[in-house]
Design a protein around this ligand. Structure first.
Ligand code: THU
Length: 137
């Protein structure tokens, strides 16, 4: 089941990965040739997704996670609870460092990530994260 508040064990990671793979199929990655797709569950039961969108001005390329957090905000906000990322073969991929920070903003340390090393909290993928809490003390 994929309802809000579900644990790593009772989450349908296969279904979430299928959403990420579908998103990956929409990637625009003509320069790197490296399409990426991501998907996440939101604490109200929504699912959001994204794909990378590159640019002829290479440095302006958008990671798939940028699209995901944009969709999250556009469709009502909320907190990310479960996240997965896949490469062009549909295999599980770790999010890049910058994107771990993007995810931290909307999921915090407890966000569960599907990684090649298993299901891990974001706190293990981005230790001692800088975040909103630093700006309010
Ligand atoms: N990429 C993502 O979309 N997300 C990641 O977390 C890793 C990297 C994209 C950026 C670029 O379009 C391509 O993968 C190759 O780096």
């Amino acid at each position: 089941m994929t309802s809000a508040g579900s644990t790593a064990a009772d989450t349908d990671w296969d279904a979430l990965r299928a959403v990420a793979r579908d998103a990956m199929s929409h990637a625009y990655a003509p320069y790197s040739g490296y399409p990426v797709g991501v998907a996440a569950l939101v604490d109200d039961g929504r699912t959001v997704s994204g794909c990378n969108v590159e640019n002829a001005s290479y440095g302006l390329g958008l990671c798939a996670e940028c699209g995901l957090v944009s969709e999250l905000q556009r469709t009502g906000g909320g907190r990310l609870t479960h996240f997965t990322c896949v490469d062009g073969d549909g295999e599980i991929l770790v999010p890049c460092g910058r994107c771990r920070q993007l995810l931290y903003e909307f999921g915090g340390p407890g966000l569960l990530l599907e990684t090649p090393a298993g299901i891990l909290p974001l706190s293990e993928m981005l230790p001692q994260a800088f975040g909103p809490q630093h700006l309010t003390k």
